[in-house]
Design a protein around this ligand. Structure first.
Ligand code: SF4
Length: 203
């Protein structure tokens, strides 16, 4: 059971954060939606254009793949807290950008470092028992060291930094651009399904 006031205070603080230059170009800070049934903290990289507009994580193209995630794992969206390692959209100027001549880019180290201060409390407040990371950036955040998701996906570990069991997956957006990874991703989801059963039987 989460503390409503602590959550509201956290939201208010993060929504007014100005700790890195991404505050200049964001439409809004994007964080997860808390429910009383959260079991899994799904930790992504950073919001994209659609998320920046809507304020809802995974509302863009990757959202369709998230639906596969929920279907295969037989979960409701309310059982996930969906958050990002960096909470404002990283952008680069591009004439092809869909939102105000900006396109998405990967977050810089300085932005990841600045935003790291929000994650510990977000993890605690979420009420989640386990963390599933999507892609390189959140994997490195949970490990506290450089790593590639290609070397870690599909195998659980315990984050010494945060004290959470973690299961790394490829980022769903990577599947959009590289369909060859889809098979591995689907196998990882089956492994994750079994791992979640084991984790919940230990509660
Ligand atoms: S990305 Fe993080 S550190 Fe930077 S302004 Fe947004 S909330 Fe603050």
């Amino acid at each position: 059971m989460f503390a409503e006031t602590d959550w509201q205070n956290w939201c208010k603080a993060v929504e007014s954060c100005a700790d890195c230059p991404l505050k200049e170009t964001r439409t809004q800070v994007v964080h997860g939606v808390l429910t009383k049934t959260v079991k899994i903290f799904l930790l992504g990289e950073a919001p994209g254009g659609q998320e920046d507009q809507s304020g809802i994580p995974f509302s863009g193209q990757a959202g369709a793949i998230l639906n596969d995630f929920l279907r295969i794992l037989k979960l409701d969206r309310e059982q996930l807290y969906i958050g990002n390692t960096v909470k404002c959209r990283p952008v680069k100027v591009s004439a092809k950008g869909r939102y105000g001549n900006f396109a998405n880019r990967a977050p810089k180290q300085s932005e990841i470092k600045a935003c790291a201060r929000w994650l510990p409390q977000e993890l605690q407040l979420s009420g989640a028992k386990v963390v599933v990371t999507l892609g390189n950036v959140p994997l490195r955040a949970m490990l506290g060291k450089p790593a590639k998701v290609g070397d870690y996906h599909g195998r659980s570990f315990v984050s010494e930094k945060y004290g959470f069991p973690v299961f790394p997956l490829y980022h769903p957006a990577a599947l959009i651009y590289d369909r060859a990874k889809e098979k591995e991703y689907l196998q990882d989801l089956e492994t994750l399904k079994e791992w979640l059963k084991e984790e919940s039987s230990c509660e």
